[in-house]
Design a protein around this ligand. Structure first.
Ligand SMILES: [Mg+2]
Length: 168
């Protein structure tokens, strides 16, 4: 079986703006994230992004807009991400088992890549990122200045991720 690191997008790959990010000029890659994920790749982790993108169902931006941002990250990072999963629905439009804190995006990736949850991780900056991970027995890393009830580890500096996963 394989091991993976699941990653939230906004606030992890790119700087959280407090608003929908769907233009490349607003997609500011987080300092040190590319170097950090390169180390994770060397440690043989599959890297999977799981992101709520309800702006799509709300008509704020299109799937193509989102895809261009993801292509941009891939170009800048040398194709570090193995797969992107997104949940386009907003609760005002339709409920969705994919939208975090639900877990269907994770479950699809676990099946597709033959991932062992017990050797795998979720990195996020919101409670709703870590709730589905806990449910599936992934270990969790919260990135931010506050506390998160669902975090096994909490860090402010994203470059600490390889140390944590190597020593856990
Ligand atoms: Mg986030």
């Amino acid at each position: 079986m394989n091991k993976a690191i699941f990653l939230d997008r906004d606030g992890i790959l790119n700087v959280e703006r407090g608003d929908y990010t769907y233009k490349i000029q607003d997609f500011q890659i987080t300092p040190n994230i590319i170097e950090t994920l390169k180390i994770c790749k060397i440690l043989k982790f599959i890297l999977i992004v799981v992101t709520n993108q309800s702006g799509i169902s709300q008509g704020i931006y299109s799937r193509d807009d989102m895809d261009l941002c993801h292509q941009y990250f891939q170009q800048q990072s040398g194709n570090l991400i193995d797969a992107f999963y997104h949940a386009p629905m907003h609760p005002s439009i339709s409920s969705s088992l994919s939208r975090k804190p639900n877990s269907l995006m994770f479950e699809r990736a676990i099946y597709r890549f033959n991932i062992d949850p017990k050797q795998s991780w979720m990195v996020g900056d919101k409670e709703r990122d870590l709730i589905p991970a806990r449910k599936l027995n992934l270990k969790t890393i919260f990135v931010g200045s506050g506390k998160c009830h669902y975090a096994d580890f909490a860090i402010k500096d994203i470059s600490k991720i390889p140390d944590i996963i190597s020593n856990a």
